[in-house]
Design a protein around this ligand. Sequence first.
Ligand code: SF4
Ligand code: ZN
Ligand code: ZN
Length: 323
Amino acid sequence: MHARCSVCGEPAVARVEYARKWFCGAHFAGYVEGKVLGALERYRLVERGWRVLAAVSGGADSAAMLGVLAKASVALGFRLAAVHVDLGIEGFSEASRRAVEELCGSLGVPLAVVSLPEVAGVGLPELARRARRPVCSVCGAVKRYLVNVAAAEAGADVVALGHHADDLLAYAVKNFLFQRLPELAKLGPKTESTGGLVGRVRPLYEVYKSEASLYARLSGLPFTEERCPYSPDRSVEDEVRAFLDSVEARRPGFKISLARGLARNAGLWGQGPRSPPRACRVCGAPSEGELCSFCRLTLKALGRPMGDVAREKVREAVSAIKW
Ligand code: SF4
Ligand code: ZN
Ligand code: ZN
């Protein structure tokens, strides 16, 4: 006998073990959308009338986030646009950019693309090589910087990130094991805007990776399955993820309980992202010292701090967004 949707009795396509329910495609989508709406409200992630800028990578997770936010923006009365950082990684970046353009086109969400090769004159791999730093660490710093500048220039109230529960928990547990406790403080569902840093929210906080992927697929949202050539084969986070999944398999709902615990207590682990005390001398971005991290990086790699050029390029890119 084939399983039937617990809501409508049509043939089921998905089982949500912790909810003890089977779903057809439409009711699975409704279930995921309900979870995200619940998180938006429970954690007070957005307010009516806000301008929400979603950072989208081209992968399934951020496609799912944008798809749900497009619906939620109508229900909750906020405005929505998207930003994508083109990292200039051969093959991968072209595929990602195409997917994001298709996604935003199909959802009718305004999109700004910020291209690292246009901003810095080189793509991510070359930038990291010249800076003599690991590619992924440069990638994180570059994306954080460009997305924040884009949000500030576009006048966004908040940036939405596509991190789901599996990402957040694996990162949190890893950092707990290494006793990097202040990192945990950054892992709540939201951080408030402070001194030039636009606040960040994570609408998929309680959504599992498997749910996000299935949602994107069943909803026909365009995304790329191309893997970044720099993603590590088996990181510590992957090991932690496998462990969490093995517990989840025996105790359905375990990861949701962990996510809720983390949401409650993340702030206890440190001061959270402090508002850096100064503005960068070159680009005005929030900075711990005289130069912001992007200007320090580009000074080291390219011989000149590029934050001012970046801000100009980002301003041009976000002019595509008409809220
Ligand atoms: Fe960036 Fe690729 Fe590393 Fe992810 S795997 S952080 S996209 S360089
Ligand atoms: Zn159904
Ligand atoms: Zn700067």
